[in-house]
Design a protein around this ligand. Structure first.
Ligand code: FES
Length: 87
């Protein structure tokens, strides 16, 4: 009698992560860069939560103002250049 492998049993196994998989996961983690004389650049997906911890929006790849001159706060609109922001 021929034994067949159960598709359920094989799909229930956890996959072993390769180094490439781990690098992929690391590259998907959000990162924050403070740009000289400019904005705070956020890469990757980030949840915005309210005071109660509810996710109100998820955004990817955006820049936050740190000069105080943006008309689109909290996001950077490039006004830091005209303002000559140093920081
Ligand atoms: S940092 Fe860009 S407008 Fe403020």
């Amino acid at each position: 009698m021929e034994m067949l492998a159960s598709p359920l049993a094989s799909s229930a196994r956890l996959p072993r992560l390769t180094n490439q998989d781990k690098e992929q996961q690391m590259s998907e983690r959000p990162k924050i860069f403070v740009k000289p004389n400019g904005s705070i650049r956020v890469t990757g997906a980030v949840d915005f939560v309210d005071a109660d911890g509810n996710v109100i929006e998820t955004k990817e790849n955006f820049s936050l103002c740190r000069c105080g001159n943006s008309k689109e706060k909290p996001y950077c609109d490039g006004s830091h250049r005209e303002a000559g922001f140093q920081g």
